[in-house]
Every structure is written in structure tokens, then in C-alpha cells.
Design a protein around this ligand. Structure first.
Ligand SMILES: [Zn+2]
Length: 345
């Protein structure tokens, strides 16, 4: 406990003085130049086959067709690294209240499912509580189901969906949303980091709370394909080669991870295996922000040594311009949204 206290004092200092970065004015202007201003105004909602897609940092995305809602990841509480390294997190009242506030603010009363792309904390940590609060299904690997420890109904349904549908590759149907989880690789990390974060490993049988950063092993990772009367969407939240199944899919909207993209030698292949094969019409980079900082509006750049958000986004934009038909590209900040509309309806 003595060491934990020491870490609790040292890490905020290290964060504030060395690791945390802010976007320069020039960077903010660059990000703003890709904001979907005016193009997606509220009149889109009058079209019955329109889908509103809202971004909340990392790979948290809310899909709302006016009747039903689907949430990817739902990582809202964004605990600090000092908390994750020392005392860990609980499924407690504090986190419940934080999550309830976002659910209320963004009107997620019609949530049917919260789907975790894998069980690392920056994706799956809040998903069990979201499912518990809203009554939505928790969807993910069996490691993700383990995180719902103590939430019996949520956990039972989660295992049922995993065993009966995900393992058998049967699509999930929620209202007008058809959802396929396609197994994919995790972003390549330096081996020491990958081992500490349990990349390629399931969460061990004795998972318990309070949980620390290293307790959230990856489990299985999924790319998510969502089809809806308004179009086809791919969420690829790992900067890794796309699974072969993407070759059979066309994406009206692609939400693609750029985490570490500029540090990976095969960034071109990764881009081609996700954006090119799906002939993506619109691309939104995701997973470029510092997930250990609280935010209500503006996302922060990644910490020093963890990557350069602008460089990673710029690389994606540059790879896109090399396509025969480049996609339209947008950058969303916390709470920003776009509309997907089926023009044939
Ligand atoms: Zn991860």
C-alpha cells in the first residue's frame, strides 16, 4: 500500500509535467478542418432511414436510428493511469453515477446492446454497468462477460450470446440493426507492453474487483460489421490487418483505429486490408486520443511515448488520398456526430 501511495503522488506529477500533451492551435485548426460542420444537419433525422452516429473518443460509438440504439464499447469513465495502477476500479456507485450522467445527457434510453471490441479497459471497462443501468445486452468475448462479475443477469445473458451466437458466427439482430462480430488481431504493441496488457490472452478465471490495468486482458478482438436500412458500417478498432471477411463487405462508413499506425511498418497493408477492400465511402479515424484523461468535450492527444495523434491521423489521410476513389474523411471530437442516410429511400 505504501508503494501505491507513492505512485499516486508521483504519477500525477509525471503526467502533468512530462507525459500529458495538449494540441497546439495549429493542430486544433487541422482537426477542425475535418469537422462535419453543416454537412450533417438535424434535418437528416427527418428521413426515416437515417442513422445518427455519435463519437465519444477511443472507439466508443453510439448508433441511433430514432427507434433503437446500439453502443460500441461505451468507455465513458476514463480513469487515470494512477488509479488503474494503484487502487484499481470497482463497479461502484461512483462509476455508476458517472455513466448515468452520460446516458442521460445523450438520451440512451433505447439502448439494446453494448458491444465491446475486446476486453482491455479502454474498451470494455464500463460496458457491464451500462448494460446493467439500461437493460441492454452486454455483447463480447467470454473475457468481456467475466467483467460483469456480480451483475448476474447481465453476465448470464452475455455468456448466452457468446456461446449461442458469437462462437457460431451467427449475426445478432437488434431492431433494424444486424451485427456481425469478426475476429481480428490486436494492434501490435512493444512485447513488454503486450505481455503486461495480456494481449492474445483471455481474462483469467479468477477475475475480481477492484481491477487494475493488467487485469483487463484482451480476450478476443472483433471488427464489427453493422448493417442497417441506412447502410453498411465497419468499426475496426485495432490497428491491425483486417480479417479476410472484410473483403466481402462494402462500407458506407468506416471507423478505423489509427492507434500507433505511424509506428507500424505495415501501415499501408493495414489500411488496404480495411479501407481499400471495403471500398469505404466515408472514413473516420478513431482511437487517437489520450484515454486516461477525463473529458466532457475536447479529446486530448496521446501521452508522450504512446504515439503522436496528429501524425497518425495525417498518415490515414495520406493513405486515403492514394486510393483510386478516396473516401470522404471526417474527424469527430467527443460528442460530435454524423448522419448516415440511405439516398435510395
Ligand atoms: Zn487493446
Amino acid at each position: 500500500m505504501h508503494k501505491a501511495f507513492l505512485l499516486l503522488i508521483c504519477l500525477p506529477l509525471l503526467n502533468a509535467c512530462v507525459l500529458n500533451r495538449n494540441f497546439s492551435e495549429e493542430h486544433i485548426a487541422y482537426l477542425d478542418s475535418y469537422k462535419p460542420i453543416d454537412k450533417f444537419d438535424e434535418t437528416s433525422s427527418k428521413n426515416s432511414s437515417s442513422l445518427k452516429i455519435t463519437y465519444f473518443g477511443v472507439s466508443t460509438l453510439l448508433f441511433d436510428d430514432g427507434e433503437n440504439q446500439i453502443l460500441v464499447d461505451g468507455f465513458f469513465t476514463r480513469p487515470s493511469l494512477e488509479k488503474l495502477f494503484t487502487f484499481g476500479v470497482e463497479l461502484d456507485e461512483y462509476h455508476r453515477e458517472q455513466i448515468e450522467a452520460v446516458i442521460d445527457e445523450y438520451n440512451m434510453a433505447d439502448l439494446l446492446a453494448v458491444i465491446a471490441v475486446h476486453s482491455h479497459h479502454d474498451h470494455a471497462m464500463d460496458a457491464p454497468l451500462i448494460a446493467d443501468i439500461t437493460g441492454a445486452d452486454l455483447v463480447g468475448s467470454d473475457s468481456t462477460c467475466k467483467l460483469a462479475l456480480g451483475l448476474q443477469t447481465v453476465q448470464r445473458k452475455c455468456y448466452e450470446i457468446f456461446n449461442k451466437r458469437i462462437l457460431r458466427k451467427i449475426p445478432l439482430q437488434y431492431g433494424n440493426f444486424t451485427i456481425k462480430l469478426i475476429q481480428t488481431a490486436h494492434t501490435k504493441l512493444p512485447s513488454i507492453v503486450a505481455s503486461a496488457l495480456g494481449v492474445n490472452k483471455p481474462i483469467s478465471g479468477d477475475f475480481h474487483y477492484p481491477a487494475r490495468l493488467w487485469d483487463y486482458a484482451e480476450g478476443e478482438s472483433y471488427s464489427i460489421h453493422i448493417t442497417h436500412p441506412s447502410g453498411s458500417i465497419v468499426v475496426h478498432a485495432n490497428s491491425a490487418l483486417g480479417p479476410r471477411e472484410l473483403e466481402k463487405i462494402e462500407a458506407d462508413w468506416l471507423f478505423m483505429s489509427v492507434a500507433r499506425l505511424a509506428s507500424l511498418p505495415n501501415s499501408q497493408e493495414i489500411f488496404d486490408s480495411v479501407a481499400k477492400v471495403t471500398s469505404a465511402k466515408n472514413i473516420v479515424p478513431i482511437h487517437w486520443d489520450d484515454f486516461s484523461r477525463q473529458t466532457h468535450k475536447n479529446l486530448s492527444p496521446q501521452k508522450l511515448f504512446l504515439g503522436d495523434s496528429i501524425e497518425e491521423i495525417e498518415l490515414l489521410m495520406q493513405l486515403n488520398t492514394q486510393l483510386d476513389v478516396p473516401a470522404d474523411t471526417y474527424i469527430l471530437d467527443f460528442g460530435d456526430h454524423v448522419w448516415m442516410t440511405n439516398k435510395n429511400k
